[in-house]
Ligand binder design. Structure first.
Ligand SMILES: CNc1nc2c(CCNCc3ccccc3)c3nc(N)[nH]c(=O)c3cc2[nH]1
Length: 373
């Protein structure tokens, strides 16, 4: 292992990239899918299982952890890795997005945000400096700047205001982060669906010479075509030698199309949240186990899978568990879904190494299109 943060490009195929991030706590193989572990746990999973599926890194979140159990408490207990018994890298989001989407926002200005907790209504504030301080208390390996992500559609003036403030917050986060060799702080490109604002954000952040960059402000309700077009225009303006993280994305198809355009890292609640709602992701598309058509189907979700949840349980049993709201239903479907997402990432990494991304991506999409037999 290294005592510092390093990103290496191992292969490219068109704009698709195969790389790896080496950090003191471990290596992250890219393209990577990062399971969301909101409050220090990936819901309905043991973290050993998450690791066995091939996850090199999981996500934590300032917003959730600052409210409960509290950042200082996690620090007193040895930090998030010790607390959750996850010794590998953790990336933490800065809390801005969750404040905008979960909390009762009270104030947002140059200083930061003031909000009411969605848990008990207590009032809290987050500034760029406090967000970085909290991520340090959590002992997070990759820390995200505090930013303002606005919903689309929005007026250009509003998008520009939020993008420029996020740039100023990136500078404040860089100062607050200081120099922590084994850790990284990533900037977040904003600019909505306005290409010239996206380019201005990307170039200003590149000038800060940060260790990596996220594309924010997407997967906020815009059509997939708009998201992909923004990626196509923005990614060439981002440093090739640094990792690119597309926040909150996405479906398997979003991931294939974004890897094609040069994205290295993804996070999304979809596989875990869908699993808790009875939805299974398979290489032949989605299967809704709530549907009565599965009530007597003895077949497993995917007999070729190495994941027991996909290979060893009948759809009839999974249907029964989901219909009875049994916890084992959420556990097995989450296990299946994360196994599918990680196998998709391994497939894409291997295809890029072989210079076969286009043909492999086509085959994967054809299999989805054939649908569930
Ligand atoms: C779903 N679409 C979407 N998600 C976005 C997020 C959150 C990414 N997921 C982090 C997370 C961590 C723990 C628990 C739950 C989520 C963003 N985060 C920031 N900071 N900025 C964004 O622009 C931004 C845009 C997003 N779009």
């Amino acid at each position: 292992m290294t005592d510092h943060f390093a990103f290496r490009l191992l292969a490219t195929d068109g704009r698709a990239r195969r790389g790896e991030i080496t950090m003191p706590r471990g290596t992250i193989r890219t393209p990577a899918f990062m399971p969301v572990g909101t409050g220090g746990t990936v819901k309905a999973m043991y973290l050993d299982q998450v690791r066995e599926l091939g996850a090199d890194i999981i996500l934590g979140n300032v917003y959730h952890l600052m409210l409960r159990p509290g950042a200082e408490r996690v620090a007193r207990l040895g930090g998030l890795h010790e607390f959750a018994r996850w010794p590998h890298p953790i990336l933490t989001d800065s809390g801005g997005f969750q404040v905008m989407s979960l909390a009762g926002l009270r104030k947002l200005d140059e200083t930061g945000v003031v909000f009411k907790s969605h848990i008990d209504g207590s009032e809290h504030s987050l500034t760029p400096e406090r967000s970085i301080e909290i991520q340090g208390l959590l002992d997070s390996d990759i820390q995200m700047q505090l930013d303002e992500c606005i919903r689309l559609p929005a007026e250009r003036a509003e998008i520009e205001r939020a993008m420029e403030m996020s740039l100023r917050w990136a500078e404040r986060c860089k100062v607050a982060f200081g120099d922590q060799p084994g850790k990284a702080m990533f900037g977040i490109v904003q600019g909505g669906d306005v290409v010239d604002l996206r380019l201005r954000s990307a170039e200003a952040l590149a000038a800060l010479d940060l260790k990596g960059y996220a594309i924010g402000g997407l997967a906020v309700g815009e059509p997939q075509a708009v998201m992909l077009s923004i990626l196509h225009e923005t990614l060439p303006a981002m440093p090739e030698a640094k990792p690119r993280y597309l926040m909150g994305v996405g479906t398997p198809d979003d991931i294939v199309e974004s890897v094609r355009r040069g994205i290295d890292m993804f996070d999304c609640v979809m596989p875990t949240r869908a699993g808790r709602h009875g939805l299974a992701f398979t290489r032949r598309g989605k299967v809704n186990l709530k549907n009565a058509r599965h009530a007597e189907d003895p077949r497993p979700l995917d007999e070729t899978s190495s994941c027991p949840a996909a290979r060893d349980y009948s759809r009839a049993y999974l249907h029964h568990l989901v219909r009875s709201d049994e916890q084992l239903g959420a556990m097995l479907l989450t296990w299946n879904n994360l196994a599918y997402y990680q196998s998709l990432m391994a497939d894409l990494r291997d295809a890029i190494e072989r210079g076969a991304f286009e043909s492999r991506a086509g085959a994967i999409k054809d299999e989805w299109a054939r649908g569930d037999i």
